[in-house]
Design a binder for this molecule. Structure first.
Ligand code: ARG
Length: 472
């Protein structure tokens, strides 16, 4: 191959793999099969992988020290060129790997052609994706931690704030707002665990599997794994070049994360509506309407809710991509990158939106309290009170049902009925009943691990904080 800019339109040998070809690639096919428009995102990881490969080749004597230094210097200059935005990306060179390799030869001459010794784009691309994804996992983990920290701080501030708890979106029992926020945090803690578990399987080195069968050079796979910060080399060479489980696992993590964020988003959308009016979302997270001047729309949570769809789609896309693929590498695999990149970008952006938004949420405590006072949310407390007076739970349930029905007729809440009115349904009801019918009494009574009592919420916050601290 010459050092000139490749002219693949007329000369098939201009391709790095052009030796056995007698006609040039069809221009459309060239564009159709190229991945450089999107895989150039992995350029720095590609160079990192090449540096480790070249260093290992020099350590085992396949490259001379001088050749290694020329290659390493050339690659570092190319990295600078890429970072400065001056790299001449070419679709004719198909992908990030061949663009960089061709550029290296252009810059340092014939020694550049030795870089690919004992390597294939198949193990190279698998290495690049793993390096890239590992970096994203670490960014996402940090953003998840930032969100959780803000959530736990807010939960602690709102440990005493009473709101209705819901089942079927109907008022069920009073809870504290802090407790509700800690439910979000519990989902996110599991997401963090899943992310870290996924990271273990991402962080292994396929480099050295070469095209599919390994290589006849005396390579040291443990050494390249070590140089790249991988925990270990992958096991089987055929599996190493074709395995994309790690990308699927990451998308599964991202889909669940977005599912959780969509649930929180949905609640924010409901709570900011004038029908609920539980929280204030600062203007900077909202937009107005071009026609209705009164509107303040919760766009950020709505968009997070909407973005769940594309991430779920990426998970299904990758599962379908890998289904029935024969070993080992197939060109199909080139389709793994765009869904994976977008899943990671979307997860990171949505976490950022939430991490910024959560500390700014303002609870409208009086509205929450008033809503909790409606809807007979202490009915269960009345039943439990009757049980403590010796009545069987099923009978107590019936008595409370009758009391609620009477209260509805009277257009009153249970706590607003007189003792005489309540005693129509059970003579076991005494003056002390009003303590359990209050919202404060109701939440304070749920005083066990995982319960909504303010003291329990405060200790749950302390435990959540300790768990977050352990990550550092
Ligand atoms: N651009 C390719 C991909 O993303 C790199 C590997 C190509 N390997 C091959 N044998 N054609 O999968």
């Amino acid at each position: 191959m010459s050092n000139d800019k490749p002219d693949s339109a007329t000369n098939p040998a201009a391709k790095l793999w052009g030796g056995r070809f007698s006609e040039a690639t069809d221009a459309f096919v060239e564009r159709f099969t190229a991945s450089v428009t999107f895989d150039q995102r992995m350029a720095l990881e590609d160079i990192q992988g090449s540096l480790a490969h070249a260093q290992m080749l020099s350590e085992v004597g396949v490259l001379s020290g001088d050749e290694y230094h020329q290659i390493a210097d050339g690659l570092k200059e190319i990295a600078a060129e890429i970072e400065a935005g001056n790299f001449p990306w070419s679709v004719q060179l198909e992908d990030v790997h061949m663009n960089i390799e061709a550029r290296l030869t252009e810059r340092i001459g014939a020694t550049g052609k030795k870089l690919h010794t004992g390597r294939s784009r198949n193990d190279q691309v698998a290495t690049d994706i793993r390096l890239w994804l590992r970096g994203r996992i670490d960014l996402i983990g940090a953003e998840l931690t930032r969100l959780q920290t803000g959530l736990v701080d807010l939960a602690e501030r709102e440990a005493d704030t009473i709101m209705p708890g819901f089942t079927h979106l109907q008022s069920a029992q009073p809870v504290t707002f802090g407790h509700h926020l800690l439910a979000w945090n519990a989902m996110l803690s599991r997401d963090f665990e899943r992310l870290m578990d996924c990271r273990k399987r991402v962080n292994r080195s396929p480099l050295g599997a070469a095209a599919l069968a390994g290589t006849s050079y005396p390579i040291d796979r443990a050494r390249t794994a070590e140089l790249l910060g991988f925990d270990a080399p992958t096991e089987n060479s055929l599996d190493s070049v074709s395995d994309r489980d790690f990308a699927i696992e990451f998308c599964a993590f991202a889909a669940l994360l977005l599912t959780h964020l969509s649930r929180a988003s949905e609640e924010l959308v409901l709570w900011t509506s004038s029908q609920f009016d539980f929280i204030d979302l600062p203007d900077r997270f909202c937009t107005g309407s071009s026609i209705m001047p009164q509107k303040k729309n919760p766009d950020v949570p709505e968009l997070v809710r909407g973005k769940t769809g594309r991430v779920n789609g990426h998970l299904i896309a990758l599962l379908t991509l890998m289904k029935s693929q024969p070993l080992a590498y197939n060109k199909d695999n080139q389709e793994d990158k765009e869904p994976l990149f977008d899943a990671a970008d979307t997860a990171l952006d949505c976490l950022r939106a939430f991490a910024d938004m959560v500390p700014a949420l303002k609870a409208k405590k009086e509205n929450m309290l008033a809503a909790a006072a409606k809807g007979f949310s202490t009915a269960t407390d009345l039943a439990d009170y009757l049980v403590r007076k010796g009545i069987a739970f099923r009978d107590a349930h019936e008595i409370v049902g009758q009391s609620v029905s009477f209260a509805i007729e009277q257009q009153k809440d249970l706590a607003e009925l007189s003792l005489e009115q309540l005693q129509q349904f059970s003579t076991d009801i005494g003056e002390d009943v009003f303590e359990v019918l209050t919202l404060e009494g109701s939440v304070a009574a749920r005083n066990h691990i995982g319960g909504t009592a303010p003291d329990q919420v405060r200790s749950a916050c302390a435990r959540a904080r300790a768990q977050i601290e352990e990550r550092h």
